[in-house]
Every structure is written in C-alpha cells, then in structure tokens.
Design a binder for this molecule. Structure first.
Ligand code: ATP
Ligand code: MG
Length: 432
C-alpha cells in the first residue's frame, strides 16, 4: 500500500486511489478543515499520532490530532471555536459540535538553562520529570518528543505523504511498540508513558522489548508524583477503550495496579471475588461499547471499590454503628482513599454512592418499595451492578431475575431527556 522513499525522514506515499479511499472513509473532515485553514495561513500542518497509526493498521481512529508550527495564540486567532487548554503542556482544542480536534504546536528541545530557570515554557524537576513542556520547535524535534515510534508519524493529506522519523512504519509492520530514545529517560520525563505503554500493548497487541518492560517496572513508582486528576483521565482511557478486560490483565502483569487503585491486592488476585467482579464489569463495559451503548466511569469505579466498601462497613458494624451510617462512613472512606490516587469528580462520586445504596434497596423487596425503587434515576445502573454481583458469585442469583421480570411487567416510564450540556474543557491535557 505504501511506497517508501528512504530519505531522512523516510517518506511513505499512499498510492493515490487508496489514499483517496482512506481519506473519504476514515479521516475526520473537521481535521482536514483545520489542516487546510492552517496551511492557507502559511503554516505547516499535519495529521499526527494515533490516527495515522490506527489508519495504517486499518483500525478506526478514536480521535484526530494535528501538529503545526503555528503557536497556540496564532491557532486561536484562526479559529473562533478554539480554546487553549493546559499549562504544563499547552494545546488547542478546536470544537466542531461533539468532535474536538486537538492541535499541538511542534515541541522542541529543552535547553538546561531554560529548564533550571523554571520559565513559563520549560521546567524539569531534579528527577528529570518534565513539569512544563511548552518549548516550541520544528517537526523533526517534535517527532523526537513523542512517546513511541508508531505515534510519531505525520501525514500530509494533500500530498498523501507520511513522514516517519523513527522507523514507525517498520515497527507497525513488526508489531513492536518502541519508545523513542532511552526508556529510562523517557519514563522519568513523564511516568504516564508507563501507563501509555501498557495501554498500547493491550490495544494494539504489540510487543515491548525486555529493556523497556524492566524500565517500566522500575519507573512505575514515579506515577505517585502524577496529579490525581491526570491519573484519573489516564485511567478512563484504560478501562473505557473497549478492551478493558485485556487491559486490566496487562496492568496486573506489569504490576501497575498499586498506582491506580488503593485496594489493589484483592484485585490482583485472580481467584478473589473482587477480581471476578471487576472482570465481569470490564467484560460488560467492553460489550456495551461494542454495541454503541453509553457507559459511565462511575460504574467501573463503583465495582472496583465495592469490596472495600463492604469490608470497611463490616468494621463499623462490628463497633455497633447502625447500618445506614456504617455504609455512608465506609463509602466516604473508600472514596477518599481512592481520591488520593485518582481524583474522582464529585458528580461521579455521587453516582457511585447511589449505585451502592441501591444494592440495599434491590435486595430488600416489598411490593411498595419495589414500585418506588424502579423509579430511582439510577435504577438501571444499580440493577446492572446487582446482575454482576450475581454473575461473579458474590450473592446467589435471586434478586436479578426478580427485577428482570419486574421491569417487563412494570416498564420504566420514560424520563424527560436531560438537556445536553457541553462538557467543560479538560483542565489538564494528557501530554507532557
Ligand atoms: P489514542 O488516541 O488511540 O488513545 P494516541 O496515540 O492518539 O492514541 P493521544 O493521547 O491522543 O494518543 O495523543 C496523541 C499523540 O500525542 C500521541 O500519538 C503521541 O505522539 C503524543 N503523546 C501523547 N501523550 C504523550 C506523552 N505522554 N509523551 C509523549 N508523547 C505523547
Ligand atoms: Mg489520539
């Protein structure tokens, strides 16, 4: 499919018919619009990152990223629908309805003097972690700042040319996930790359070499220095990308769970109830996503923390705290402990608590209570949660079938559509 010219960088040309088909079918027209407007204003602009990787692997890209030599301010001036976000790593979000095209300015090298000054553009901690990465550069330097060779491919859609500075196309062919540069340095600069490595291994089913795996394990403890908000954003990508079950196994294999979940021991043990419950939930999430159904991160976190909530609740009950208070104390404790690792937004914490609370209501049935329970706004999630508990063998299969039948006989009345509120832009982008 590709004609490769061995220049530096190597350039791969898409053959024109296929190129056209690829463009028509897979590339977001909004991304193409962004590139074309930047070029008209005499800037360079390329489609970059995961989208090219996925297109070459004949997978559907999840999102489209554009790289340019225009600065964030210059980009903003060109697009009314643009918003500069992030401080540590400034990027521009250009919104087209529900789609956001992420535009980044080519990153450059950090010079030691700039970094030690802790300027607005560059800051590096003593351990080598990039605290601020807003030094701009050219395309070649930008390629070097990217994480993996397969993520450093740049497509010029007009020429149908892919620029490959780090043998990314060869690595795609041999299914290798290769970090650009020295693994130790790159993981130190940004420990989130450890999670990204695990995610791409799982998503693409690519291989990592032993040196990289050892370096990942050695640098994983640095994840404790990453802010809980950024870790939460990264975690969602792990569990909600459609291959959560496989991903979770990979996280356990790479010994990364301690940096993501506070009660990780039970979850690592394949025979534990906690793990069985997590597996059922992850499988369920993967299926829902493949069917185009909606998911909420509250659900998976409710599953991960449920065994801890019960354990904490038992210890309060043992001290004669009444059930309702014991539950609320335990829920708060579990959410606080988890929040120290991954910050869970308040609205999701509320949803988790409702799902947990419903477990009591769904398992204490009287006709009057059932009629009320089914109208609970979170009934569906609570019911799904109950089914998982039964499937995992935590409780006998008894109440699930009751509620399944109850819903057939008493269909849930349609709730008025909640008005769609646009999501707030992320405060902290996920790139270093
Ligand atoms: P996907 O969107 O499928 O999850 P992606 O590779 O596009 O994968 P994004 O998070 O969208 O991942 O990032 C876009 C690109 O930005 C990446 O392909 C990579 O080139 C670069 N990038 C993102 N995060 C980092 C990082 N932590 N370090 C270096 N480069 C990064
Ligand atoms: Mg992407």
């Amino acid at each position: 499919m590709l004609t490769i010219v061995n220049s530096k960088p190597a350039i791969a040309y898409l053959q024109s018919k296929e190129q056209q088909a690829l463009m028509d079918k897979c590339i977001s027209t909004n991304a193409l619009k962004v590139i074309s407007r930047l070029k008209k204003a005499n800037f360079k602009a390329y489609l970059v990152g995961g989208a090219i990787r996925d297109l070459l692997l004949e997978k559907h890209p999840k999102d489209f990223d554009v790289a340019t030599d225009a600065t964030p301010e210059q980009i903003r001036k060109l697009f009314k629908n643009a918003l500069i976000i992030g401080r540590r790593f400034q990027i521009v979000h250009i919104r087209f309805g529900r789609e956001i095209i992420e535009v980044t300015t080519f990153r450059g090298k950090h010079t030691p003097t700039e970094s030690t000054k802790k300027s607005k553009t560059s800051a590096i901690s003593e351990e080598g972690m990039l605290l601020r990465d807003n030094v701009f550069g050219n395309m070649e330097e930008d390629a070097e700042r990217r994480d993996f060779s397969v993520n450093a491919l740049y497509l010029d859609p007009d020429k149908g040319a892919i620029y490959d500075y780090h043998n990314g196309i060869d690595d795609l062919e041999s299914k290798s996930l290769r970090l650009i540069g020295d693994p130790d340095t790159r993981f130190k600069e940004d420990p989130v790359r450890v999670l990204r490595a695990a995610r791409f291994v799982s998503k693409l089913q690519f291989k990592l070499n032993d040196e990289t795996i050892n370096s990942m394990k050695a640098h994983a403890p640095l994840l404790q220095k990453i802010s809980p908000s950024r870790l939460f954003d990264e975690s969602l990508k792990l569990y909600n990308a459609g291959f959560g079950e496989r991903m979770f196994r990979q996280l356990c294999e790479f010994e990364l769970l301690p940096y993501l979940l506070f009660d990780h021991e039970a979850l690592t043990d394949e025979q534990s109830l906690a793990r069985k419950l997590a597996n059922c939930a992850l499988k369920n999430t993967d299926t829902r996503l493949s069917q185009g159904k909606s998911i909420t991160p509250a659900f998976i976190y409710a599953v991960f923390l449920w065994p801890s909530v019960q354990r904490l609740m038992d210890s309060h009950l043992a001290q004669n705290v009444p059930l309702f208070s014991a539950f609320h104390l335990a829920a708060t404790e579990a959410q606080t402990l988890q929040g120290q690792i991954t910050h869970i937004p308040k609205r999701l914490q509320t949803a988790m608590r409702e799902i947990w609370e419903l477990q009591f209501r769904l398992t204490q049935i009287t006709p009057k209570k059932a009629a009320r329970t089914i109208t609970h706004p979170r009934f569906r999630a609570g019911y799904d949660f109950l089914l998982l508990r039964e499937e995992a063998g935590e409780i006998p299969t008894e109440f699930g079938p009751f509620w399944t039948e109850y819903q057939i006989k008493n269909p849930i009345p349609d709730r008025p559509n909640r008005q769609h509120r646009p999501r707030k832009p992320r405060r902290r982008p996920d790139k270093p």
